[in-house]
Every structure is written in C-alpha cells, then in structure tokens.
Write a protein that binds this ligand. Sequence first.
Ligand SMILES: Cc1ncc(C[n+]2csc(CCOP(=O)(O)OP(=O)(O)O)c2C)c(N)n1
Ligand SMILES: [Mg+2]
Length: 329
Amino acid sequence: MVNGVNLNVPKKVTDEKLLNLYKQMWLIRYFDEKVDEFFAKGMIHGTTHLAVGQEASAAGVCALLELKDKITSTHRGHGHCIAKGATPDKMMAELFGRTTGYCKGKGGSMHIADVEMGNLGANGIVAGGIPLAVGSALTAKMKNEDYVTVCFFGDGATNEGSFHEAVNLAAIWDLPVIFVCENNQYGMSGSVKEMTKIENLAIRAQAYGIPGVVADGNDIVEMMNVTDEAIKRARNGEGPTLIEAKTYRWKGHSKSDAKKYRTREEEQEWRKKDPIKRFKEVLLEAGILSEDKAEEIRLVSKKEIEDAVKFAEESPMPTIDDLLTDVYA
Ligand SMILES: Cc1ncc(C[n+]2csc(CCOP(=O)(O)OP(=O)(O)O)c2C)c(N)n1
Ligand SMILES: [Mg+2]
C-alpha cells in the first residue's frame, strides 16, 4: 500500500517511511532518556541538553531530506543527528568520551558532526550554526550543486545578531536554505513571552522578504508538509523559508535545572501533546500501524539504544597519547 487513506503527507513519504519515522522518534526519545540516566550516574561528563518532547521537528524535517542535503544543528542536537542518519552507538560512545565516538570522544554532546550523512555539526554557540548554514547554501549556489541546507536553532537564537545578518544575506541571494526555529518556549530560564514582543517568531521573516510559516512542532505530519514546501522553493532557486515549529522541551534546559521558571500545570499541558503519541494515533487511524506493531517498534527502539550504551561502555577510553592528536595546539 502506498500512503494510508486520509493521510495528507508529501508524495514521496511511503507507508514504510512513516513506520521508520515512528521508530526514529522512539530512538530519539530513548537516546535522550538514556543520556539523562547516565549523566546522573556520572558516566557522561561536560553537559547535555535533551530534546525529549521535540522529536517531531527533527524527524519530520529530516524525513524530506536526501543524503546530499545538509543540516546544521544546535546544543540540543541529538535528535537532529539521529534524524539525519547518525548511528546511536557512535553518538553514545562520543558522549561517554570513548575513542569509537564520532569525534573520538573529544567533542561530546555539543560537537557531534557526521559529514558523511550531511550533518555539518552541532554547535555550542547559540545561533552559531546559522551563518554556517548560510555559508553551506552559498557554496551550493556558487558551485551549482543541487543540495539544500536545513538550519535548526532555538527561539532564543532569533534574538542574536547573527540570526538577522545571516537570514538577510540568505534572502538577498535567494539561497537554498531552510531556517527551522524550534520554539520550545524557553531560552534557558527565559520565557519567549518575556524575550520578545511578538507572538509568532515566524513573522521575523517579513523583515527579510521571505516566507515565514508557523507550524505545530509536535505534529510530524504538519512538519513534513511545511518542510516539503520550503524544500521545493529552495530547490527551485526561490530562496529561503523560515519555519517556526512550536514545541516544548519536557526536561530542564541542561543539567541541574529545577525548572522554577515554569509551572507543573504548563508541563502537564504540553505532555498531553506528546508528539510520539500523536503520530501513533494518526498511523493507527490511517490503518498503517496496529497496537501490536507499535509496541514492537517501541521495544526494538529501546533495545537499540540499550545496545548503544553497551557499545559505549565497552569501547576504549582515549590514551594519554591521544591527548595531542586531532586538536589545535
Ligand atoms: C552566544 C551564546 N550566548 C549564550 C549562550 C548560553 N546558552 C546556552 S543555551 C542558551 C539558550 C538558548 O535558547 P534557545 O535558542 O531557545 O535554544 P534551547 O536551549 O531552548 O533549545 C544559552 C543562552 C551560548 N551558548 N552562546
Ligand atoms: Mg528555546
């Protein structure tokens, strides 16, 4: 069967792809749940930022990308990595500081890049990935290469100067880039309501003469549809689009966050909009998924992440000699 009844998804998204996406969302969730657990146990050092609750935007946007297409990511980027094709075991090994990790254990959570799969890298600098994505899109245009670049960033990043400078350049040069603002309602402890006077960050696109679209970031089907439109524009040489994905991070900003800046009621309201649960309901309704199959997919995903932890734990630590390799001195 090609595409279930009543399911309005882009043409190239087959039923098989939809089931893979359902699995991918569970992989993203379990990956971050495990990171949370092992960070608390002292097995992961540095810092981490978890995107539990934000799975639909990473999976939905990357679902429409091809291998040749690029992404730039953020400090909250594990989901983007998995969605663009990274393997959880090498990611987990990176977080555990092991030599088998994507950066041989020297980068950690905020520095995973997977250039082979088109992931130009996470970024510890808020809004740091935006000029890089525009540079990647400029390269595509100058070399006449047919790839698009997706740039993920948060609501807080839209208040940085580099966002405005980079979006303006992308707009005037009609670059093949898609700006995806994951508005999870907070930048650290600052509510987006206190940080801007506008309700929808997507209207910032108007200042640069490009389309700005507000999307339900917890609805993977909607995320696929708005991304599909933006990709068509970009590939046709019509320039960038700004997509604002309204979503919510379930966990704290980073390690040790008591979340005093928000209410438990607000958290509960957003948990009811669980993107994985919503997607499951859509797939059940369309007859693409059954309860049994859904449970099987969830358990397979959970096992895959447990195996990734095992791989990381059993991988070697760098040696003293490794200290001076692959680093700037
Ligand atoms: C240029 C810069 N300023 C400040 C910080 C500290 N910082 C790290 S994450 C963050 C909040 C970013 O908020 P947002 O862009 O909404 O992303 P989210 O954390 O919500 O995913 C801040 C201020 C930083 N890393 N880089
Ligand atoms: Mg935010």
